[in-house]
Design a protein around this ligand. Sequence first.
Ligand SMILES: [Zn+2]
Ligand SMILES: [Zn+2]
Length: 156
Amino acid sequence: MTGSMRNDQKEETMSEKSKSGHCLCGAVKISAVLANHEAGACHCKMCQRWAGGPFVAIACTPETTFEGQDAIGVYPSSEWAERGFCKHCGSPLFSRVKSDGSYYLPVGLLDDTEDLTLVSEIFIDRKPSWYSFAEKTSQMTEAEVMAMFAAPSGEP
Ligand SMILES: [Zn+2]
Ligand SMILES: [Zn+2]
């Protein structure tokens, strides 16, 4: 019915896959290649400490590039991911999945985020009780996330 028009509009926004961004001080400039326009939030305690609150991220492909490599520090936060930050201003820059080189970028780094939608929340059972997002999202608990990441790769 009204589906075709909505699909057309969606394809238009989906074609804008590249987005620019930078850290707070500008030492690191980002050319992000978005996997999609669906943002997700992680409520795990690691992300809360790292990002200062829930980590709202957008999935980006390994083609994503960073200018100012000298300013990028990398913290090996887990066996399967590492987290980048700006050595000068402290901005969180990315969580990189070691197995496939894909990135989760903090959406706040990007210059233009108006075409993004918040669609998912993970580690929902770790979310503090004092905030909740109003958006209707698909939600996964810690156990569900662990099961999802462990299954496809078979890596420890
Ligand atoms: Zn910086
Ligand atoms: Zn997290």
